[in-house]
Structures are given as structure tokens and as C-alpha cells.
Design a protein around this ligand. Structure first.
Ligand SMILES: Nc1ncnc2c1ncn2[C@@H]1O[C@H](COP(=O)(O)OP(=O)(O)O)[C@@H](O)[C@H]1O
Ligand SMILES: [Mg+2]
Length: 375
């Protein structure tokens, strides 16, 4: 029996949990001439949602072409342009030779193109001699999409990465193009909330007020509960209701962690799954990840590591400067606490969650958090 709890971003409709509202919101925004930002912590389901949205557009036979551009690994403007061009080629790869207009867009840059033997993904190499050539190529790509015979949606994943590029001020360049396009709408995805917020909500940034925000929260626990129950049942297993509750609580309903534990429990169980068995499988899964956790430790000072453990033991904290917290874990002064907190947020090891009436801090990696609690 195939494991129904998928751990890769491309999830089939029947194995995809909820997100109905977010899908509708995104679809409405980008089919009404507007652009969207999609922001959430890592592993909450942004990439999965984009793929699902693009599939839904195909399922409904909407006359729209979609392009997914992951810029997570890009370091420079050249990398960005190459990733953008590759995404377009990827969509067309069944139609090689590529459209002449697109070749013209990248033609001057001595393109060499190959396809990864395993994944079939295009690998393009472009040669630029000046910033002007980069700007012109980028313009040609946007022109190509603007003159496309169908409306176009482009999703840039991990968009905050453009702030890492040196030289050309990409935010301003992209904003200028994007403003003038009528045939193309965009989804800007990002995991680093403070950078994304600075890009889209700060009045001095080029993208200020140019998009509609879709916030991706946790999937509602009741919905996830139903979904988990259904997937086990449909695939020939029964699981105790308390076991499902345990899974959701243990993984804080953070999509990737919930999926991972479900996947593991499905893998290692027989037809009937008890709560006790589920708990013991959760502990096993943590010990499987121990090497990764120890690698985290190697990157931190003892003080930082102890601070992380303090937060894990508490589950979460909202008053990191309170004397109770400082003395309970021998953290020292509140300035010390502030410094440790900031450094761990910067390293993406602590997640800062804002809600209307409070700010809460969690260990970002849920499994690390659960492991620290016990060790
Ligand atoms: N709605 C969903 N239902 C089931 N699994 C999902 C859902 N959304 C995401 N996932 C799973 O969770 C994992 C993390 O999601 P991903 O989209 O990669 O997060 P992000 O892009 O926010 O970091 C993915 O590997 C995917 O398999
Ligand atoms: Mg992602």
C-alpha cells in the first residue's frame, strides 16, 4: 500500500489537506489583475499551495499559463534571470524547439541548454558581459510573457532572496516591470517574514502596497484531524482518535512535521494503530533525527544551546525578559536574554510569532523542540 502522507511539495489533490480558502483567495487575486504575497514560516505549505493552485488552474481548464520560479538557491541577478528563464523552458519542455520569441529573449546570451537526466529539469547557462545585458534580457523575458497568447501567472518562491544580490537594485527593477505588465500577474512567496514585510509594507521599498497579502496559517486542527483519519481509513488502517490528537499536538499542527509523523506511523504500523504505539513511534522518529540535532548544537555556543533548550522546555515563551524565566534557566541579565534571542531568530532557530495581543517565541524546528524537551 502506498503511503498517503506525502513529503514532497507536489501533493495530489486527494492527498492535500484543506487550504480551500487560501486557494480561492490566491486564484481570485491573480485572475483579477492583482498580485499576491504569500507569507508563512518555513514548512507550513507555501510551495505545496502554489503547485496545488497551478494544478487547479489546469484541472479547471482555465486558459492561463503558469510558471513557478524557485529562487531559494540564487545568489546573483544572473542566477535570478537564469532561474526565471529555466522556469519558462520547464513549462515548454514538451514543445522543444522553444518558441522563437523566447529564444530571442535569451538568444544574445550564448545560451546552452541541457536537461537533468534524473529529474528532466532544464539547466540553462547564460553569459552576460554587463549589467545592461542583464537588464535587457530581463526586459525581453517580461516582454515575452506580456505578449504571450494567454494570460500568465508567475510565482516567485523564496522571493526575499533578491535582497542578497549585490549590484543591480532588483526590487526597483522588478517593480518597474511588474507595474506595466497587463498580461502577467505574480505571486511572491516568502518564509522570512521580517524581510518580506519590509519589502511589501515599508513605505520606502519599491514594492510598497503593490500586492494583496495572503497569510498562510496552520491548517485548522479539526480539519487536519479529519484528513488524517480519512487517509488512514481509506488506506486500510484504523487509528485511535487519541493517537490522531497526539500527532497534531506533538507536531503543533505544523504541516511538514504533521505529515512526517503521519508518514512514519503509516510506514511502521499494522492495521490497527493505538495511541501508545503512536507515541513510541514519535520517539523513534526523533531519535532518527538526532544527528541533525547534534549538528545544530555544533553550530551554537553553549549559552545559545541552553537558551534554545529553555524555550523548548517551556513550549513557548512570550516574556523572554521576565525575571522568572531568567532565573529559572540561569540566563543572566535581560540584555543577555535579548542578545541570545536575537541571534537565534537570525539563525532561524527560533520562530517569532506575532498575533494581535501577544508575541510568542518557539523553537522553529518542531522535532528539535520536542527532542530538547526530553534531553
Ligand atoms: N495542504 C497540505 N496537505 C498535505 N501536505 C501538505 C500540505 N501542504 C504542504 N504539505 C506538505 O508539507 C511539506 C512542507 O510544505 P512546503 O509547501 O514545502 O512548505 P513551505 O514552502 O512553506 O516551506 C511538503 O513537503 C508537503 O508535502
Ligand atoms: Mg517552500
Amino acid at each position: 500500500m502506498k503511503n498517503p502522507f506525502v513529503l514532497s511539495p507536489k501533493v495530489d489533490k486527494s492527498l492535500f489537506c484543506d487550504r480551500e480558502k487560501e486557494l480561492q483567495d490566491l486564484l481570485r487575486i491573480v485572475t483579477n489583475g492583482a498580485n499576491a504575497t504569500l507569507i508563512s514560516p518555513r514548512r507550513m505549505g507555501k510551495t505545496g499551495l502554489i503547485y496545488r493552485l497551478f494544478d487547479k488552474i489546469k484541472e479547471q481548464k482555465m486558459d492561463i499559463d503558469t510558471f513557478y520560479v524557485d529562487i531559494y538557491a540564487t545568489q546573483t541577478t544572473e542566477d535570478f534571470i537564469t532561474a526565471f528563464a529555466e522556469a519558462i523552458i520547464d513549462t515548454y519542455k514538451k514543445k522543444i524547439p522553444l518558441p522563437k520569441k523566447f529564444l530571442k529573449a535569451i538568444g544574445g546570451m550564448k545560451p546552452t541548454l541541457s536537461f537533468d537526466k534524473l529529474t528532466g529539469s532544464p539547466e540553462l547557462s547564460l553569459t552576460f558581459n554587463s549589467d545592461n545585458e542583464k537588464l535587457n534580457t530581463l526586459k525581453s523575458i517580461f516582454d515575452f510573457l506580456e505578449n504571450h497568447d494567454k494570460p500568465v501567472i508567475v510565482a516567485f518562491d523564496e522571493f526575499q532572496q533578491i535582497r542578497e544580490y549585490k549590484g543591480i537594485y532588483m526590487e526597483a527593477v522588478l517593480r518597474t516591470h511588474i507595474q506595466t505588465l497587463k498580461n502577467v500577474n505574480f505571486i511572491f512567496c516568502g518564509s522570512r517574514r521580517h524581510i518580506m514585510a519590509d519589502m511589501f509594507i515599508n513605505a520606502r521599498s519599491p514594492f510598497y502596497c503593490s500586492t494583496m497579502h495572503v497569510h498562510l496559517d496552520k491548517i485548522a486542527p479539526e480539519k487536519y484531524n479529519e484528513f488524517i483519519n480519512r487517509l488512514f481509513t481509506e488506506n486500510g488502517k484504523t487509528i485511535e482518535p487519541d493517537a490522531i490528537k497526539f500527532i497534531i499536538d506533538f507536531t503543533r499542527c505544523h504541516t511538514f512535521y504533521t505529515q512526517s509523523l503521519c508518514n512514519y506511523v503509516f510506514q511502521h504500523s499494522k492495521r490497527q494503530i493505538t495511541t501508545a504505539e503512536t507515541k513510541s513511534l514519535a520517539a523513534q522518529l526523533l531519535s532518527l533525527n538526532e544527528t541533525t540535532f547534534l549538528q545544530y548544537r555544533a553550530l551554537l555556543t553553549t549559552q545559545q544551546w541552553n537558551y534554545l533548550r529553555a524555550i523548548a522546555k517551556e513550549g513557548s515563551i512570550s516574556q523572554p525578559m521576565s525575571s522568572t524565566f531568567l532565573s529559572k534557566y540561569a540566563i543572566g541579565t535581560s540584555a543577555n536574554s535579548q542578545r541570545l534571542l536575537s541571534s537565534l531568530i537570525e539563525k532561524d532557530l527560533i520562530l517569532k510569532e506575532l498575533s494581535i495581543n501577544k508575541t510568542e517565541y518557539f523553537v522553529y524546528d518542531v522535532f528539535l523542540s520536542r527532542w530538547l524537551e526530553e534531553n
